[in-house]
Ligand binder design. Structure first.
Ligand SMILES: [Fe+2]
Length: 476
């Protein structure tokens, strides 16, 4: 491989183009942390009430669990595998709020939208100004490690590149559809992760292409009609599965890695010097949308063929570009492939957990029995909560049992899911799995023993609770 290709693909090279040597040093951690807390203190971002599991007709209302900011360590950049942890989830949620505070299109408006105090706060100077200040920090926290490593497997054969990418997306998407079938929660959750964010990704791509930076280039594909169709197909998929098409009604059930896939497109869209990479990312998004929609089997083949044709045209257009253009285009495309893989692995882990939640309750009983039998001293947190105390969806950085000592808890990890846990009952929440809960009784006392990694592996050796989505080809 030409070593210059590797150099070119490094973050340092991109930063040199962007004029930023290290965005995390713009303000420094001590200065940024109060800004993060001030940003999250907006009323639009307060934790969810029990009736807000789904939030209809309010584009601005996005529960962030601002109380978590007191315990999150923002001192290091995250590897993509760590996007599933609490820092990754909080960073991705905040960053999408920042990115969308400049978004204003017809799809998000409702009568009187502009006059609401919540709308004025969301688009207000303070929210946008602090957003601008924390954006470089959050982006580098999330994407610095991803971009640092460079990209392997560059090829001059662009048709081979797109064929291979399409095969991989199809293989993974088919595996995800298979694990989700016959389970309504899983099917909805899966569709939500891509169709639920299609409109914002389309907006991000349009935003990055709106000025003259690319309009005179023969290498840029006219994507507008295709993006419009992708948005329409995504809305149709949401309706088919009984999910709201109002963004972000199901905000609480968007995985951190799904949010990352939108934020990554915005990252390039907001940087004028990364417009070529945005073109590569946009082509990958078109490819993903083609595969995700074709799996449903109920859509107009002509539309899908049109999207396929657009994806191939993007490759053809890219092939006409010079070496500089092609390398940067491939950089955007290849990074998008990695982001999608991480999303697929995360989604796989969530679906497997959701689908077999009863089995996780059995595993929890076995682990609890071991704690009692062996009288193991184990870290645990205990909570005493009143009726309707509600927990905005979140993740833990460790494996935990949820053990009910008194009262009743409703536990959920997908839209419309309700798992009742009564006195003496329990379940296992593996590290990084998105979940929330509410108290149903007058009071609920429950414990969360923190389970060592080795115990989990031993209890679930034949059970793919987390990690890589198993594929024949080993696509990672
Ligand atoms: Fe929890």
């Amino acid at each position: 491989m030409d070593p210059r290709i590797h150099d070119f693909a490094s973050l340092a090279e991109i930063d040199r183009f962007s004029g930023l040597t290290n965005p995390r040093q713009l303000f420094g951690l001590k200065a940024v942390e109060p800004l993060l807390k001030r940003f999250a203190a907006s009323g639009n971002y307060r934790s969810a009430a029990v009736e807000e599991l789904s939030i209809q007709d309010d584009f601005c209302r996005r529960p962030l669990r601002p109380e978590d900011l007191d315990i999150i360590d923002f001192s290091r950049r995250l590897k993509p595998d760590d996007w599933t942890l609490l820092c990754g989830l909080a960073s991705n949620r905040m960053l999408l709020c920042v990115n969308e505070s400049a978004r204003f299109d017809k799809s998000i408006r409702s009568p009187g939208f502009e006059d609401r105090p919540e709308t004025r706060e969301f688009y207000g100077v303070e929210n946008r100004l602090i957003g601008c200040m924390i954006r470089p920090f959050l982006e580098t926290t999330l994407f610095g490690e991803l971009e640092k490593g460079g990209i392997e497997h560059f090829t001059d054969d662009l048709h081979e590149l797109i064929d291979r990418a399409q095969d991989e997306i199809e293989e993974r998407a088919s595996a995800l559809a298979e694990v989700a079938q016959n389970n309504d929660y899983c099917r909805k959750f899966r569709v939500l992760q891509d169709a639920g964010l299609a409109a914002t990704k389309v907006h991000a791509i349009r935003r990055g292409r709106v000025d003259d930076r690319s309009s005179n280039s023969e290498t840029v594909l006219p994507l507008e009609a295709v993006l419009e169709k992708i948005s329409a197909l995504a809305a149709e998929r949401l309706r088919t599965y009984g999910l709201s098409t109002n963004e972000h009604t199901h905000w609480q059930f968007l995985l951190s890695t799904s949010l990352a896939s939108a934020n990554f497109i915005y990252r390039m869209a907001y940087d004028p010097l990364r417009w070529i990479e945005l073109e590569g990312a946009a082509a990958h998004f078109v490819l993903e949308s083609l595969v995700d929609n074709s799996l449903e089997g109920s859509f107009d083949r002509e539309v899908l063929d049109e999207i396929r044709s657009a994806g191939l045209s993007a490759i053809e257009a890219c092939a006409r570009g010079d070496v500089y253009f092609r390398r940067r285009w491939m950089h955007g495309f290849a990074l998008s492939q990695t982001v999608r893989r991480k999303r697929d692995n995360d989604l796989w882990s969530q679906l497997v957990w959701l689908k077999d939640i009863e089995r996780y309750r059995e595993i929890a009983l076995a682990i609890d029995e071991r704690i009692r039998r062996d009288r193991v001293a184990i870290d645990r947190e205990t909570f005493v909560e009143p009726r309707e105390m509600c927990s905005t969806t979140h993740v833990h950085n460790d494996h935990r049992l949820v053990v009910i000592e008194k009262g009743t808890m409703i536990f959920w990890a997908a839209p419309e899911m309700r798992l009742y846990l009564n006195k003496g009952e329990m379940t296992l929440v593996p590290r990084g799995r998105l979940h929330g809960s509410s108290v149903e009784s007058i009071e609920c006392i429950y414990h969360q023993p923190i389970i060592p990694e080795g115990w989990i592996a031993g209890s679930m050796s034949a059970f793919p609770w987390s990690g890589e989505l198993p594929l024949n080809g080993g696509a990672e």
